[in-house]
Design a protein around this ligand. Structure first.
Ligand SMILES: [Mg+2]
Length: 272
């Protein structure tokens, strides 16, 4: 038997889905669960009902030790680099490159170097303006982090973006760890370069391995969540992967797909 989770509280959708699936369902506080031995095409049902529908994956949620999230367009609603570029009047150009990189159509390192070079000469104060004026935590993000902490699960953000933002975000919402690229600054201006090794897909996956060693846990007890092609390697390492409002390649790969609701949907899966 398999369990399908309908992340909705709408009884009419649950009834319609029961008709399609030919199975009964039970209501949980925040969602519906369908127990079925039939093979149900949940990809088609998601489109029909415009809600998140997932199989309950073969993962022991009660043993989760670590939660690692991408930042831009996952834990927060913006791509920081695109917003920085807006202050240089080049957001459309930079955003177009970001979009292609996140789809996996461009080499990540080369695309990052190219985009950061376009920011050369910007006043460093644009970073705080982006954080304070534009950065928003994704729906359900704060509730999810509070929930994970209540279960003593370690939390981390890892980003192909910039440490200025991951650090402040980690502090604001109470994450245990962060890792990202460092923008170099001279005389109060961005130099258009990043310092040290680039945090790309491989570095994101290595971050999980490193944190697992630190906490003496295993990647099989880790949940990784992201939206872009550079999240696929860390998702492959983790015991459970979640695609959040993600690019097609990520949706195809992930164990859990969230395309309509907020990050708090992840809490439904712990409701054993
Ligand atoms: Mg992202």
């Amino acid at each position: 038997m398999n369990t399908i989770i309908l992340h909705s509280q709408a009884l009419d959708i649950a009834n319609k889905m029961a008709d399609v699936c030919g199975v009964a369902f039970e209501f949980r506080r925040s969602h519906f669960r369908f127990l079925t031995d039939k093979k149900i095409d949940i990809v088609a049902l998601r489109e029909v009902f415009s809600v998140d529908i997932n199989y309950l994956p073969d993962f022991d949620f009660s043993q989760t030790a670590l939660f690692v999230s991408d930042m831009d367009s996952t834990l927060i609603t913006i791509e920081c680099i695109d917003e920085i570029a807006d202050f240089a009047g080049i957001k459309p150009q930079v955003a177009a490159i970001t979009e292609r990189a996140m789809r996996g159509d461009l080499d990540f390192n080369a695309s990052l170097i190219e985009r950061v070079a376009l920011l050369q000469g910007l006043e460093v104060s644009v970073l705080s303006r982006v954080y304070e004026e534009r950065l928003k935590v994704s729906d359900g993000g704060r509730a999810l982090i509070a929930f994970l902490k209540s279960r003593a699960i370690k939390t981390a953000v890892v980003s192909g973006g910039f440490g200025y933002f991951t650090r402040r975000l980690a502090e604001d919402i109470g994450l245990d760890h962060d890792r990202a690229n460092t923008l170099t600054i001279e005389k109060g201006q961005l130099t258009g370069k990043v310092e040290g090794d680039i945090i790309n897909a491989t570095a994101k996956a290595e971050f999980i391995t490193e944190l697992c060693a630190k906490y003496q846990t295993t990647p099989s007890q880790t949940i990784a969540i992201g939206d872009g092609a550079n999240d696929l390697e860390m998702m492959a390492v983790a015991g459970l992967s979640v695609a959040y409002h993600a690019k097609p390649a990520v949706i195809k790969f992930a164990n859990i797909v969230i395309s309509y609701g907020g990050l708090d949907i992840i809490m439904d899966f712990f409701d054993g």
